[in-house]
Design a protein around this ligand. Structure first.
Ligand code: AMO
Length: 590
């Protein structure tokens, strides 16, 4: 039987408690022993409260208090008193009060911790993840998980009010060719056969539309066996939704209303909707990316015309090959020669053959390693294409194939903005990117692959177009340079779906093996439909100002895909593998 009954949270103690007897329970954050008086900061989820154990008040409590240590779990009962004026701690929510302890009970002891909680920000992340439960005790982590809960709760409320049903879809599912690499699960009952963990509930949610559900959503766990980064985990959570009888704007509008409501209820911020929209072509041409960060400028400038008559062979030859010249203009740059050399190296690391820098001057020749090839009129010519250019600005110039060059410039733009501290971290810049290409060429596999997924509908006119110009009815939601969500209007017609599969190199047999159920459903009264999925971890990361999604996931994997707490993945006993009919070749390191 529980021997105590908690009557308040440590962080909730307020004026109304003064003079009353309350019972708190929590962890010992800090203990200071002043002989007859022991001060303890007691912590629970709600915050901190100072308790005083006075030998004069209770010798028994004082004796117990003299043995407790950091992270002991205790419960205390005592009287709330106001602190004297000089001892009020304004940094603490309950800093005007203290608890005069009558009784204290140790509920559990704690050995010395592997790291000090106050210092966890400086502790190796692997150690934090090994003892994640200790890490989570920190108020900053509890606050992140609280906000995550509030965000999910607000999403559920909005979607419920918008007429969506929350429906769970299977975790053990079929291996499909949706895009990312899947995690496989062996079947014991069907030896030699495998389930796949869903990389998203994509096909099930479409089948729910075939099932007449009309509006579905799910806080869905997704699994992808891909290289990990700060915003990627092998298992992550999507806010996934699908709607019937809608177009792109209908879906985007629901998301905008949802975001506005979440921001208002959770962060008390107004979101200006509708959000701005930009086509993929414009985003790529201006920012070298399909997820531009609009918190700063530094657009890419097309400079082939400026260099049309250049005597410089590298640029002339590049243009003769049909390549393009692009550049970034850094206003009033104070970069030294040494720094400029470093930027040239960075451009090469990003894949550029080389980079030219030019410091603009309105009189005399511009300063640059290629100054002797630049005409006196160079500044005036640049000014024609970049009216904002000023003497003292530096132009970074790269020549090469359009896609590669613009991608390199886009990445340089991000690095420059970081170095020049152009990013206002408090700002939220939302953006829809629309009109993506339907397909992209995978040079390694030597075939066309879907830019979004193979169920995305093409825009009208696609039958007459060649693969590289077909546009998709898809859209991404971008926040501060991070892809927060993606979705599309889907194909609901079997003939169109088979056609698209053919583009992707599926033969008749593959199509039926992988997607026979979908093609058949499309012949049995499939309604027009579309949807979107938001990366919930990414949303929470950005809204809480975190730098990695690992900060907003209770038990994330490391960059190498390990769970250092449970120590997964692990080898499995040979006997267990036999049950599944699996033998492992131990030639490779496990
Ligand atoms: P997509 O693959 O674009 O679309 O994923 C949607 C969003 O999920 C998030 N996300 C991730 N978050 C963390 N770790 C990962 N490894 C990871 N991968 C993706 C991103 C991304 O924008 N079924 C489609 C959606 C649809 O068409 O409705 C899908 O999954 O924020």
């Amino acid at each position: 039987m529980i021997q105590f009954s908690r009557t308040a949270g440590c962080g909730e103690v307020n004026k109304s408690h003064v003079g009353t007897v309350i019972t708190l329970a929590g962890w010992v954050q800090r203990r200071r022993d002043h002989g007859g008086l022991i001060f303890v900061d007691l912590r629970d989820r709600s915050g901190l409260m100072q308790i005083i154990i006075d030998a004069q008040v209770s010798a028994v409590a004082h004796e117990i208090g003299s043995h407790i240590r950091a992270e002991y779990v205790v419960t205390v009962t005592g009287t709330v008193v106001e602190r004297s004026a000089g001892t009020v701690n304004v940094a603490m929510a309950t800093g005007a009060y203290e608890l005069q302890v009558h009784t204290i009970t140790v509920l559990n002891s704690a050995k010395a911790l592997p790291f000090t909680l106050d210092d966890a920000d400086h502790v190796d992340e692997e150690l934090r993840l090994t003892y994640r439960y200790l890490d989570l005790r920190r108020p900053v982590m509890i606050e992140k998980l609280r906000l995550r809960h509030e965000i999910i709760f607000a999403c559920r409320r909005v979607l419920h009010d918008e007429g969506f049903f929350e429906i769970e879809t299977p975790i053990l599912t079929k291996n499909t060719a949706e895009g990312a690499r899947e995690f496989l699960v062996p079947s014991r009952m069907h030896k030699g056969n495998w389930y796949a963990l869903p990389q998203s509930p994509q096909l099930y949610k479409q089948l729910l539309m075939a099932g007449g559900i009309e509006r579905y959503f799910q806080v869905a766990r997704c699994f992808r066996d891909e290289d990990l980064r700060a915003d990627r985990q092998p298992e992550f959570t999507q806010l996934d939704l699908e709607m019937s009888f809608v177009n792109e704007i209908d879906i985007q509008t629901v998301i905008e209303r949802l975001l506005a409501s979440v921001l208002k209820t959770v962060l008390h911020k107004e979101l200006m909707i509708p959000l701005p929209r930009m086509t993929y072509a414009e985003a790529f041409h201006t920012y070298g990316s399909d997820k531009p960060d609009l918190r700063y400028g530094l657009p890419i400038h097309a400079l082939s015309s400026v260099f049309a008559g250049t005597p410089l062979a590298v640029l002339r030859n590049s243009m003769a090959r049909g390549e393009e010249i692009g550049g970034l203009l850094i206003p009033q740059s104070t970069f030294s020669r040494n720094e400029l050399d470093k930027w040239m190296t960075r451009a090469q690391e990003l894949g550029a053959k080389g980079m030219i820098w030019i410091r603009l001057r309105d009189v005399g020749s511009c300063e640059s390693p290629i100054s002797k090839y630049l005409p006196e009129s160079f500044y005036a010519e640049v000014k024609q294409y970049i009216p904002s250019a000023q003497p003292g600005d530096i132009l970074f110039v790269i020549a090469g194939p359009y896609e590669a060059t613009w991608t390199q410039l886009g990445r340089l733009r991000i690095q420059l903005a970081e170095q020049l501290q152009l990013v206002d971290s408090d700002e939220f810049r939302w953006l829809w990117i629309t009109d993506f290409p339907l397909l992209e060429y995978d040079a390694q596999a030597r075939r066309w692959v879907s830019k979004h997924h193979p169920f995305t509908a093409p825009q009208v006119g696609w039958e007459q177009q060649s693969p590289e110009v077909i546009k998709a009815r898809s859209y991404d939601l971008v926040l501060n340079g991070i892809e927060l969500g993606g979705g599309s209007i889907r194909i609901h017609n079997a003939a169109m779906q088979s056609n698209i599969f053919e583009f992707l190199g599926f033969n008749e047999g593959d199509m039926h093996d992988h997607f026979g159920f979908l093609l058949e459903a499309q012949e049995l009264g499939f309604p027009p439909h579309g949807g979107i999925a938001l990366g919930l971890d990414r949303l929470v990361m950005l809204l809480t100002g975190s730098t990695s999604i690992r900060e907003v996931i209770a038990f994330p994997k490391t960059q190498r895909g390990n769970d250092p707490l449970m120590q997964a993945p692990t080898p499995v006993a040979a006997g267990k593998l036999t049950e599944y009919g699996i033998t492992v070749r131990r030639t490779e390191r496990l």
